[in-house]
Design a protein around this ligand. Structure first.
Ligand SMILES: C[S@@+](CC[C@H](N)C(=O)[O-])C[C@H]1O[C@@H](n2cnc3c(N)ncnc32)[C@H](O)[C@@H]1O
Length: 291
C-alpha cells in the first residue's frame, strides 16, 4: 500500500516516492475538475490551487489505475451516468477541507452559553441545533457538552443536534466520536473529563455516550435538496461558506433563514461576514445573526 502525505505543503523533497506516479494535472483537466466540484457542491477552486488538487487527488487517481487525470474524470463521469456516484464521492472527500477543532472560535461558544442557552432553558418546545458542514464532529460535540452543562435535565432531554457534511470520509470519522490527544487538548480543562474518556490504549479519547446519543450525523450537500424539517433554534455553518461564491452564499443564507425559528441564531465563521448577502437576519455580534 502506498502512503501519501495529504498535505499540499510538503516540500517536494519530503514527498514519498509514490508521488512520482501521480500524473501531471494539465490546465484543461484542472478546469474540468473545477467545474465538476462547483456543480457538485458549490466549492470554488481558485486558479493557483493546481498543486493542492494534484496533491490531494493524486493518491486516488493512482489507486484507481487511471493513467491521467482525464482518464480519472472519465471514470467519475461514467459512474455518475450509472447513478452510483461512488467515485464522485471519493473526489469530494479528497478535495474538501475538513479542518476543524473542539471549541473553535470560542467567542461563539461564550455567546451560546451566555445568551442562547438561558433562553433555551426557559422554553418548552423541543430544542434543535444544526451543525451544517460539521467535518469530523468536534463542533457538534462542543455544542452538545454545553447543552448538557447548562440546560436543566428535562430541557437537555428535549435537545437534539443534527450534524451534516458532504464528505462521507469526514462523517465516518465523526461517527467514531474518537479523537487524539492533540484534538482533545482544545477542550477547556474544566469540561474535558466530563466530555471524553480515554480509551484502553490511553492515547485516544471517546466522547461520552450521553453526548453521542444526542447528535445525529447525516450526509447532506448544502447546495442540493435538504430532506429535513426545521425549525432550528440555532444553526452553526462556520468556515464552510468561504469555499462558496456570492451566488451560492446568498441562496444558502436565504435557506438558513427559512430553517430558523423566530429568535433562532445563525453562527458563521469569523472570516465569513454576510456583508455582501441580502438577508432578513439581524446582526448581533461578529459572525452571529438572529432571525
Ligand atoms: C473547514 S470545515 C469546517 C468545519 C466546522 N464547521 C468548523 O468550523 O470547524 C468545512 C466543511 O464543509 C464541508 N462542505 C463543503 N462543501 C459542502 C457542501 N456543499 N455541503 C455540505 N458540506 C460541505 C466540507 O466537507 C468540510 O467538512
Amino acid at each position: 500500500m502506498m502512503t501519501f502525505s495529504r498535505s499540499s505543503d510538503a516540500p517536494a523533497a519530503d514527498r514519498p516516492a509514490a508521488w512520482s506516479l501521480v500524473p501531471p494535472l494539465r490546465p484543461h483537466e484542472f478546469h474540468q475538475l473545477r467545474q465538476l466540484l462547483y456543480e457538485t457542491c458549490g466549492i470554488r477552486l481558485r486558479t493557483g490551487k493546481e498543486e493542492l488538487v494534484r496533491s490531494r487527488l493524486g493518491r486516488r487517481v493512482v489507486d484507481t489505475g487511471a493513467p491521467t487525470f482525464s482518464a480519472y474524470l472519465d471514470r467519475v463521469e461514467n459512474d455518475a451516468l450509472h447513478r452510483e456516484f461512488a467515485e464522485l464521492g471519493q473526489l469530494v472527500d479528497a478535495l474538501t477541507t475538513n479542518q476543524t477543532a473542539f471549541f473553535r472560535e470560542p467567542a461563539h461558544f461564550d455567546f451560546f452559553t451566555a445568551t442562547v442557552l438561558p433562553a433555551m432553558a426557559r422554553g418548552a418546545a423541543p430544542l434543535r441545533v444544526w451543525s451544517a458542514g460539521c467535518a469530523s464532529g468536534e463542533e457538534a460535540f462542543s455544542i452538545a457538552v454545553l447543552m448538557r452543562e447548562h440546560l436543566p435535565p428535562d430541557r437537555f432531554a428535549a435537545a437534539r443536534i443534527l450534524a451534516t457534511d458532504v464528505s462521507s470520509r469526514a462523517l465516518a470519522r465523526a461517527r467514531t466520536a474518537t479523537y487524539g490527544a492533540r484534538a482533545v487538548a482544545a477542550i477547556p480543562a474544566t469540561l474535558r473529563r466530563r466530555m471524553v474518556d480515554a480509551t484502553s490504549s490511553g492515547d485516544r479519547f471517546v466522547v461520552r455516550d450521553e453526548l453521542r446519543a444526542m447528535v445525529r450525523f447525516a450526509r447532506l450537500n448544502l447546495v442540493r435538496d435538504w430532506p429535513l424539517r426545521g425549525p432550528f433554534d440555532a444553526i452553526f455553518c462556520r468556515n464552510v461558506m468561504i469555499y462558496f461564491d456570492a451566488r451560492v452564499r446568498q441562496r444558502l443564507v436565504e435557506r438558513f433563514w427559512q430553517m430558523l425559528a423566530p429568535g433562532g441564531h445563525l453562527f458563521v465563521g469569523h472570516s465569513e461576514s454576510l456583508g455582501a448577502v441580502t438577508h432578513g437576519l439581524r446582526y448581533v455580534q461578529p459572525a452571529v445573526y438572529v432571525r
